[in-house]
Design a protein. Structure first.
Length: 571
């Protein structure tokens, strides 16, 4: 070894870099200063609870003041304040935060997290200010108020201040090119965006700008259905009620809080973009977190708040981050749990949500082994069987359609079902196979286009064969997937060929049309032939076939396709 030592930093050179390039976005200075103010108030709460401060802590608040004449913007809190020593320690030393020390010392007295961490936030004020002043009085008994100023050079002044109220005022002398921060509309907007859920009232001209309450930090048992819906409407105004929601809250092995909603998919719901808002300790971070939630849950909306999601790394690094991966798995699991709960407790609601959800659940099942295991028993398909008591019983009772003597001769296609669940009953594959054990011999008959294959569906029905509708655009892939999953089950599309072995022998030779002396088998054959000559109307599913899911993983081809089609369908 030639030498060992400490690397030194030239403040003159590094300071401009910190000021200009710390954050790409200038406006976040306000978020940083308000976060510090919230922390200061939170810290005062903590020392008070620890019995180290007996003064008045009532009415915590943060006041923003705009002075157009002097071109200053100031942020005042009535929090913990700073002594001269603390200013020297935490302000004059860049990248030195008091948060860690504080949490270590007082963590038992806190139910609210401290936002600060890196000891850099304060310096973001120099992105917009040519000069910054701190005027502060510590809560500590006999503390002397101090006044600190710095014009952005590494030199500062520290002197005594006549201040008599506990807390801190940060005053920014704005640069000429940043004077739009003197517009109250601009400030209100920024507070609404970044600080809406911070737990202290933030005021401008006496008006409170932020909502303060962050429902995702509440215990789920304290929230009613109305609370969840109200919050959804608050986040996404003028929207229909969400289909379902999950409340995330765990502390281990990572911290995450949040409420995620599955929206009704309507034209104005853009499912191609993630719409979940990412927060860190109630501070808004970003409008999208596609990297965090599993791909198949992209349409979900709501809020995720986690201090364990690394914020200062690139998006691609996020995707490979192990904690982020675990958080994604956790979210998928919670969604799976919620679906199972709904399936068990409110079958009707589950079925009506399935129309919007089904595609994404199937997509998840094909792409996420764990999620598949979780929900495979609650995948449902619309069926020609008339099932009753769907909500009450585990295995729905079947009402086999009564076969009227001439019923099966009338094969006019039924009109497709109306929106919603009125169109039919739903069944799981397992129930279907169980119900049709004898008659079907492990076959599943499915229809991919209700209008084009109506004749075949009717024919199967008349033969007492139950047909499943697999007619959404994901189903072509999903059938392939099911075929691989259920190797011993034969999946037969209703119009592929009439399987004579399934037709009742006696019934087939019975004469059913006295006028022409035709047997049931002959009539069916004729009808099939007629139907087969019909032009194919089955465009919707045919179009997807070229994707060849066998050679390309469905995840790759499908998501953009799903999203595109959802948009088309809803447009
Ligand atoms: P961080 O918030 O990550 O700790 P900052 O650069 O934002 O870093 O602030 C550095 C330190 O300055 C804080 O840890 C805190 O000790 C002190 N500080 C900043 N603003 C205030 C304030 N309004 N009241 C009391 N202390 C403050
Ligand atoms: Mg800070």
């Amino acid at each position: 070894m030639l030498e060992q030592g400490t690397i030194s930093i030239h403040t003159e050179n590094i300071f401009p870099i910190i000021k200009k390039s710390l954050y790409s976005d200038h406006q976040i200075f306000l978020r940083e200063l308000i976060s510090n103010a919230v922390d200061a108030i939170q810290k005062l709460n903590m020392v008070s609870r620890a019995g180290e401060y007996s003064g008045d802590i009532a009415e915590p608040e943060i006041q923003i003041a705009i002075d157009k004449n002097n071109k200053t913007l100031s942020i005042t809190d009535n929090g913990i304040g700073m002594t001269a020593d603390e200013v020297k320690k935490y302000i004059n030393q860049v990248a030195f935060s008091s948060a860690e020390e504080f949490i270590q010392k007082y963590k038992s007295t806190s139910d609210q997290p401290i936002i600060g961490h890196f000891g850099l936030g304060f310096y973001s004020s120099f992105m917009v200010a040519q000069k910054v002043e701190i005027d502060t009085l510590s809560y500590k008994e006999g503390a002397q108020a101090v006044h600190w100023t710095c014009d952005g050079s590494p030199e500062f002044t520290l002197e005594e201040s006549p201040r008599t109220t506990r807390g801190t005022t940060i005053t920014l002398h704005l640069m000429e090119e940043e004077l739009d921060y003197l517009e109250s509309a601009r400030i209100k907007n920024l507070v609404k965006t970044y600080c809406d859920f911070m737990p202290v009232p933030i005021k401008l001209d006496g008006e409170v700008l932020n909502r303060q309450k962050a429902p995702w930090r509440e215990s789920p048992s304290n929230l009613s259905k109305e609370d969840y819906i109200e919050f959804y409407r608050y986040l996404y105004p003028f929207q229909e009620e969400p289909l379902l929601w999950v409340h995330l809250n765990t502390d281990y092995p990572f911290i995450i809080n949040g409420i995620l909603y599955f929206p009704k998919l309507r034209p104005d719901v853009d499912v191609t973009k993630g719409q979940i808002k990412l927060f860190c300790n109630q501070v808004f971070v970003s409008d999208h977190c596609e990297e965090i939630i599993p791909q198949f849950l992209l349409p979900m909306r709501g809020v995720i708040d986690s201090s364990d999601i690394p914020l200062n790394v690139s998006r691609s690094a996020l995707q490979t981050d192990r904690t982020v991966k675990k958080i994604g798995d956790y979210i998928a699991k919670k969604v799976g749990d919620r679906l199972k709960e709904l399936y068990r407790d409110n079958r009707d609601q589950y079925i009506s949500a399935w129309k919007d959800l089904g595609t994404f659940v199937k997509f998840g099942v094909m792409n996420d082994e764990k999620f598949k295991k979780q929900v495979e028993d609650i995948l449902i398909f619309r069926t020609t069987a008339k099932l009753s008591n769907q909500t009450a019983s585990e295995t729905p009772a079947v009402q086999v359609q009564s076969e009227g003597e001439d019923a099966w001769q009338d094969v006019t296609p039924p009109s497709p079902p109306a929106e919603g669940t009125e169109g039919g009953s739903y069944t799981t594959l397992k129930e279907y196979l169980e119900r049709n054990k004898e008659r079907h011999q492990n076959r599943v008959f499915y229809c991919t286009d209700e209008a084009a294959q109506a004749t075949y569906v009717e024919l199967h029905k008349k033969q007492g064969l139950e047909v499943l509708f697999m007619d959404s655009f994901i189903d072509t892939h999903f059938i392939n997937f099911l075929e691989r999953e259920f190797q011993d089950v034969k999946f037969t599309r209703v119009d592929s060929d009439l399987d004579q072995t399934l037709l009742d022998k006696d019934q087939a030779t019975e004469i059913v049309d006295p006028k022409t002396n035709k047997t049931r088998g002959e009539v069916i054959k004729e009808l099939f032939e007629k139907a087969l000559n019909k032009p194919k109307l089955n465009i919707r599913t045919e179009a997807l076939k070229s994707d060849n899911p066998q050679s390309t993983p469905p995840a790759m081809v499908l998501l953009p396709e799903i999203l595109r089609r959802f948009r088309e369908m809803n447009a």
